[in-house]
Design a protein around this ligand. Structure first.
Ligand SMILES: [Zn+2]
Length: 467
């Protein structure tokens, strides 16, 4: 008597939408009612349900309700900032000073950081994000807490200690030597462990001395497959400060280039105001850009020049940029990307396939994860079920949609995290709508009700010279 020792298979059947081929290069939305066989977390068959069951007669069949999409990929998001989403009414430097940096400083408290890390990872996965490039905290202990939370969750995450040694607040400063030694500790503990990877992460050129950027370059070269991320060209006032701090650099991104920090494993967030020379150099080096439209709109940073990026050959993906961004959902981020283009005279007319590609496959490729972002044979089964609650407007829209394109457009226009009913990562369910661990349940007390925020007493003091 022989025993079948092959790993067990699971079959998924339903309406499956993905963009394996780039719609910006003539790819189209693939929309099929079909079955996937998943073995050991990998899709091994895509086709008819009958054939899937013939290949795997003992496999359980999961019927997908609504739509099955690839897991979403967020290529720019800040873990310490999720509790300050909604700081409206300020441009970048003032928002950093008044909202973001005080919250970043709270991450010195290890207990607070561990709690926020759990909330952050739950927030990402609940929004259908299964892969993310994350800015950690300015504190090694807090960044370690982020890796621990991601490791428990099965999120595919690249993240790193955020470093700065000038401007900002003194309690967020490090030194080039300390940055290197703390990074080495975190790399040793987490880089390459399961689905985790380390990213060298200077906050931005504005808060980095040349010595700190040199230290970042040395760290980047210290182990294989390390990633690099930072910010660039987000806001005109920020660009002017960077130009004054680095007079020998020809542009903002040239600061990173001069320190050897651009390349195919580098991703810069925003790039709302690039020069043509910068775009050409980003393309030459293979550096990619995270477009963060809701953040750019919220802070009034500007409208993203997508056409110029694509014409120059620069790879573009989507980032939520929580907490300047207005939430974790890439449905909203895709819609905001669409708005950014609609509002520009030379904007691209984005369709639902473009939005899905930007929210999934483009981010996966930018992060070097060719195995995710689509739902074909050979891909890892990272997927989300979009099944709006009955009686919701989106439920009715999807039931009556005239085509897959219309259904997908409606998901981007109307969808929220609450419409995602199940999330799979590596073939295992990582989230089910409505299932919360009661250990973590707390009564919601709204801490501020009617008190308007006090006017800032001295105006922004992000920069030392203004203190
Ligand atoms: Zn950011």
């Amino acid at each position: 008597m022989t025993h079948d020792t092959s790993p067990p298979a699971e079959i998924f059947h339903g309406r499956i939408l993905d963009t394996p081929d780039d719609p910006f290069a003539n790819g189209v939305l693939r929309a099929e009612e079909c079955a996937l066989a998943v073995v050991d977390g990998t899709i091994t068959f895509r086709g008819s349900l009958a054939e899937a069951q013939r290949l795997h007669p003992a496999a359980p069949v999961t019927i997908v309700d609504g739509l099955l999409l690839p897991g979403l990929v967020d290529t720019h998001v800040h873990y310490p900032q999720q509790r300050i989403i909604g700081g409206l009414g300020m441009p970048l430097l003032e928002w950093l000073d008044r909202c973001a940096l005080p919250e970043e400083a709270r991450m010195a408290d290890a207990s607070h950081a561990a709690t926020v890390a759990g909330e952050f990872v739950d927030g990402l996965i609940g929004a259908g994000t299964t892969t993310a490039l994350v800015f950690g905290a300015h504190f090694a202990t807090a960044t370690d807490a982020l890796f621990r939370a991601a490791d428990r969750s099965a999120l595919r995450m690249t993240a790193g200690l955020v470093v700065a040694d000038r401007e900002l607040r003194g309690d967020l400063h490090t030194t080039p030597e300390r940055a290197a030694s703390e990074a080495a500790g975190l790399i040793g503990a987490w880089h390459g462990k399961g689905k985790l990877r380390y990213a060298v992460t200077p906050r931005f050129a504005l808060s980095s001395s040349p010595g700190l950027l040199d230290s970042c370059r040395q760290t980047l070269e210290s182990a294989p497959d390390l990633f690099f991320t930072s910010h660039v060209n987000e806001n005109l006032a920020e660009i002017a400060v960077v130009a004054s701090l680095f007079p020998s650099s020809s542009s903002y991104s040239d600061v990173y280039d001069q320190h050897g920090l651009l390349g195919p494993r580098s991703l810069l967030a925003h790039n709302v105001h690039p020069t043509d020379a910068e775009l050409a150099r980003l393309a030459d080096t293979g550096t990619s850009v995270a477009h963060c439209p809701s953040s750019n709109s919220s802070l009034g940073s500007g409208l993203f020049p997508l056409r110029r990026h694509l014409d120059a050959g620069v790879r573009v993906s989507l980032g939520s940029d929580v907490g300047a961004g207005t939430g974790f959902s890439h449905f909203k981020e895709g819609l905001q990307a669409y708005f950014h283009q609609q509002l520009q005279p030379d904007g691209l007319a984005l369709g639902p396939a473009h939005l899905l590609y930007l929210a999934t496959r483009a981010g996966a490729l930018a992060l070097g994860h060719s195995e995710v972002g689509y739902l074909g044979v050979g891909a890892t089964f990272d997927a989300i079920e979009v099944s709006p609650p009955p009686a919701s407007p989106l439920h009715a829209i999807l039931r009556h949609a005239a085509s897959a394109e219309r259904a997908l457009a409606a998901v981007f226009a109307n969808g929220t995290s609450a419409d995602i009913s199940r999330v799979w990562m590596g073939g295992a369910v990582g989230h089910t709508r409505g299932c919360h661990d009661l250990k973590h349940h707390t009564t919601l007390e709204v801490v501020a009700t009617s008190q308007p925020s006090a006017p800032h007493p001295r105006g922004p003091h992000l920069l030392k010279g203004e203190q």
